[in-house]
Write a protein that binds this ligand. Structure first.
Ligand SMILES: Cc1cc2nc3c(=O)[nH]c(=O)nc-3n(C[C@H](O)[C@H](O)[C@H](O)COP(=O)(O)OP(=O)(O)OC[C@H]3O[C@@H](n4cnc5c(N)ncnc54)[C@H](O)[C@@H]3O)c2cc1C
Length: 438
C-alpha cells in the first residue's frame, strides 16, 4: 500500500550512504538504502586483507544489521543499473524505485587512465575480491618460488612485486608487502630466501604522497627504504603486460603487479547526462545537489565539489561522511517545512572540515599531518591505529581488529596467511605444464 510519506532513496552503503541513513531522522520519511553488496566495506583497511593481516569479515559489516531496529529504513541488496533524473526513478535488474529525494553515494572505481586491458595483469584495490586476488597471488607466488621455480631468474620474478601509484594506498601496500616478505616470511621457507624479495613502488610524479609536504614525503621514502622498498619516482608506466611493467628506461619482470594509481567515478555516471568533472565525477552545487535537479544529491567519491571556502573536497572517507550529514539536514528541514527550498537562499553551503591525513607505512612507521602539525614514525603510526579503530563500523570488528593487531605486534605474525583456492590458478597451470595431473 502506498503511503504519503516522502520516499528517500539512497544509492550505496559506503561511507557516504551509511552515514546519511544513520543521521537522517527516519520518523520524517521512508528511507530505502540500495547496495549491490550486503555489507559496508571499510576500504582504508583493505590493504591489510590483501597483505594477509586481517580477514575479510573483520573490515565489513552487514548493512541490514545496522538498521534492524529501524522500521522506516529498508535495505535492498541490488545493483543500480540506471538513474532517470527526469522521471525520478532508479532501475535495477529486478525493479524500478521511485523517489522524492535521491542521494547518490556509489563511490568510485579503479581508473587505468584508458588502458583497461592493464587490469588483466595489474590488480586494483577497491573491493574484497580485489584484496583476495592480491593475497592469493602474492602468497601463491612465494609458494611457487619455493616449490616449482625452474631457475633463479624465475624465482627472482616470482618474488618481485610492483606497486604502481605513490598515494597513501600505494605506500601502505608497498610497505606492508615488503614487511610481509622480509620480516614474516623469512623463517618459513627452506629453498628461497624471502629477504631477496623485491617490492618496487613506481610513480610518475617526482615525489610520492603529493598531498603531504615535501618533508613528510621524504620521510615516507626513508621509512619505505628502511623496509626494503625500492621507490622509483618520475617514472611513467608505458605499458603493463603479463608479469611485466614497462617504464621509459627499463622493464621490470614481476609476478605481482598492483595498480593504485587512479580512481574515477562509479560507472553509473557514464550514462548520466549532467555536468561532470575530471574522472566522470558529478559536479554538484555547494548544497551537494545536482545543478538541474534540486532533489538529487551526490556525495562522497562520486561527487566533484568546490566547497564554500573554495577548497576542492577530497575523495576521502571523512569528506563523504560530512557531506552525508549536510545533505541529511537539508532534506530533514525541507520535509519539516513542507517545501523544496530555494537552493541559493535556504540551503546551507557545505564546508569541508579537514581534520588531517595520515598514511601508514608498516609496523611503527607512518606519516601524519594533523591540525597544521606534522609527525612521523611511531607516534603517527599509533595515531593511525587509534583513528582507524574508532572509525571502523561495528563493535565486533573493532574488538577483532584490535586483538589481531596486538597479537601480530607481539608475536610478529600476521594472522590471515591463507590462500583461498585449493590450488592457485598459476600454480595449477605451472604444475600441469610440468606433467602433474590435478
Ligand atoms: C584501498 C583504499 C584505501 C583507502 N584509504 C583511505 C584512508 O586511509 N582514509 C580515507 O579517508 N579514505 C581512504 N580511502 C577512500 C575512501 O574509502 C573513500 O573516499 C570512501 O569510501 C568514499 O565513500 P563513498 O560513500 O563515496 O563510496 P564507497 O565507500 O566506495 O561506497 C560506495 C558504495 O556503493 C556501492 N555500489 C557501487 N556501485 C553500485 C551499484 N551499481 N549498485 C548498488 N550499489 C553500488 C558499493 O558496493 C559501496 O558500498 C581509501 C580507498 C581505498 C580504495
Amino acid at each position: 500500500m502506498k503511503n504519503n510519506r516522502k520516499q528517500i532513496l539512497v544509492l550505496g552503503g559506503g561511507f557516504g550512504g551509511l552515514e546519511f541513513v544513520k543521521n537522517f531522522d527516519s520518523s520524517l520519511a521512508d528511507v530505502t538504502l540500495v547496495d549491490k553488496q550486503n555489507h559496508h566495506l571499510f576500504q582504508p583497511l583493505l590493504y591489510q586483507v590483501a597483505t594477509a593481516s586481517l580477514a575479510a569479515p573483520d573490515i565489513a559489516e552487514p548493512l541490514r544489521t545496522q538498521f534492524s531496529k529501524n522500521k522506516n529504513v529498508r535495505v535492498l541488496m541490488d545493483e543500480v543499473t540506471g538513474i532517470d533524473l527526469n522521471r525520478e526513478w532508479v532501475t535495477t535488474p529486478h525493479q524500478s524505485l521511485s523517489y522524492d529525494y535521491l542521494v547518490i553515494a556509489m563511490g568510485g572505481r579503479t581508473n587505468y587512465f584508458g588502458n583497461d586491458d592493464w587490469a588483466k595483469h595489474a590488480s586494483g584495490l577497491k573491493t574484497l575480491s580485489d584484496a583476495h586476488r592480491i593475497r592469493n597471488e602474492v602468497l601463491g607466488a612465494f609458494e611457487m618460488a619455493e616449490n616449482l621455480a625452474e631457475d633463479s631468474e624465475e624465482r627472482r620474478r616470482l618474488m618481485t612485486s610492483v606497486v604502481v601509484g605513490g598515494g597513501p594506498t600505494g605506500v601502505e601496500m608497498a610497505g606492508t608487502l615488503s614487511e610481509l616478505a622480509h620480516r614474516y616470511f623469512k623463517r618459513d621457507f627452506r629453498q628461497i630466501d624471502p629477504k631477496q624479495a623485491r617490492v618496487i613502488l613506481v610513480d610518475a610524479a617526482d615525489r610520492i604522497l603529493p598531498m603531504y609536504s615535501e618533508s613528510l614525503s621524504r620521510k615516507a621514502v626513508k621509512q619505505l627504504e628502511e623496509l626494503g622498498v625500492e621507490v622509483l619516482t618520475g617514472q611513467q608506466v608505458e605499458s603493463i603486460e603479463a608479469r611485466k611493467v614497462v617504464l621509459k628506461n627499463q622493464e621490470i619482470e614481476a609476478e605481482n603487479i598492483i595498480w593504485t594509481a587512479g580512481v574515477s567515478a562509479n560507472s553509473i555516471t557514464d550514462n548520466l547526462d549532467v555536468d561532470k568533472a575530471k574522472g566522470g565525477r558529478l559536479k554538484v552545487l555547494q548544497d551537494c545537489s545536482l545543478p538541474e535537479y534540486g532533489n538529487a544529491f551526490a556525495i562522497g567519491d562520486i561527487a566533484a565539489l568546490e566547497d564554500a571556502d573554495g577548497q576542492q573536497v577530497p575523495g576521502v572517507a571523512p569528506a563523504a561522511m560530512q557531506m552525508a550529514k549536510h545533505v541529511a539536514k537539508i532534506i530533514e528541514e525541507e520535509i519539516r517545512r513542507g517545501s523544496h527550498g530555494d537552493r541559493e537562499k535556504e540551503r546551507k553551503a557545505f564546508v569541508y572540515k579537514d581534520k588531517g591525513q595520515m598514511a601508514t607505512i608498516g609496523r611503527s612507521r607512518a606519516v601524519a599531518s594533523v591540525g597544521g602539525r606534522e609527525f612521523s614514525g611511531f607516534p603517527a603510526w599509533f595515531a593511525w591505529l587509534a583513528i582507524h579503530l574508532v572509525m571502523l563500523v561495528g563493535m565486533r570488528n573493532r574488538f577483532t581488529v584490535f586483538t589481531k593487531w596486538i597479537y601480530a605486534y607481539v608475536r610478529n605474525k600476521p594472522g590471515a596467511r591463507i590462500i583461498w583456492r585449493t590450488v592457485p590458478s598459476k600454480v595449477k597451470a605451472k604444475r600441469e605444464k610440468q606433467g602433474f595431473v590435478l
